[in-house]
Design a protein around this ligand. Structure first.
Ligand code: PXP
Length: 240
């Protein structure tokens, strides 16, 4: 199972002073030394953290999977076609949100997403849709024509006890459905060192995309160690 590390938060700190430190590109390199199988950045319309320059340099120096998270807008599609990341994950985006709050409303935006996916795939870039753990949404993702989905694990991550078990079941069911329709299945959002194992143990899951918890730990112990710790947790449930 691959681990894609999201380095947006490193850029958030840099943008607090609008200078050059800390550099998300350096963080990406160190994350890779710690065992990251991929690097993710979300280029937002308002450029609140990752900048166009970051994507450009990452494209030049990242030897592992570079995943560009973006909204399905004309501007972002143009950037994706030019920068050619290894994959694009389409996400919903609201200016006022602190982070991506939910999966895409694939039912409502089906036509626009279908057009965007076709254009991006036309440039040879595989596309993933960030969707809620809903079987209906998996069917729509299949109709849209993507290769992959990323199941939103935020509700699972924020829940506790019985509620968390229920949310876990939704994630498992969505992943099973995706696999049965021959979609590759990833998961992400809100995963941390305490809740990742139950998700990592889901059979057939291709990858996990994690940012906040790894970068938060990295502030205290360094990014290589933080990534290595997460990789070890994920591996610990793979061989069971
Ligand atoms: N996957 C997607 C599509 C996201 O938008 C995010 C947040 O940027 C993540 C995964 C990572 O979430 P977190 O930072 O909570 O680990």
């Amino acid at each position: 199972m691959i681990l894609g590390v999201n380095v947006d938060h490193v850029a958030t700190i840099r943008q607090a002073r609008k200078g050059v430190d800390p550099d998300p590109v350096m963080a990406a390199t160190l994350a890779i030394l710690g065992g990251a199988d991929g690097i993710t950045v979300h280029l937002r319309e308002d450029r609140r953290h990752i900048q166009d320059r970051d994507l450009k340099v990452l494209k030049e120096v990242v030897p592992v999977e570079l995943n560009l998270e973006m909204a399905a807008t004309k501007e972002m599609i143009g950037i994706a076609l030019k920068m050619k990341p290894d994959m694009v994950t389409l996400v919903p985006e609201k200016r006022e949100e602190l982070t991506t709050e939910g999966g895409l409303d694939v039912k409502r935006h089906k036509l626009n997403l279908k057009r965007a996916v076709k254009t991006i795939q036309g440039a040879g870039i595989p596309v993933s849709l960030f969707i809620n753990p809903s079987v209906d949404d998996i069917f729509i993702a299949k109709e849209i024509g993507v290769e992959m989905v990323e199941i939103h694990t935020g509700l699972y991550a924020n829940a506790k006890g019985k509620r968390q078990e229920k949310e876990l079941l939704k994630v498992i069911t969505a992943i099973k459905k995706a696999l049965s329709l021959e979609l590759k299945a990833n998961a992400g959002h809100g995963l941390n060192y305490f809740n990742v194992r139950k998700i990592a143990a889901i059979e057939g899951l291709r990858g996990l995309y994690i940012g906040h918890s790894i970068i938060s730990r990295a502030v205290l112990v360094g990014i290589e160690r933080a990534v290595r710790g997460m990789k070890e947790l994920i591996k610990s449930v793979q061989c069971q």
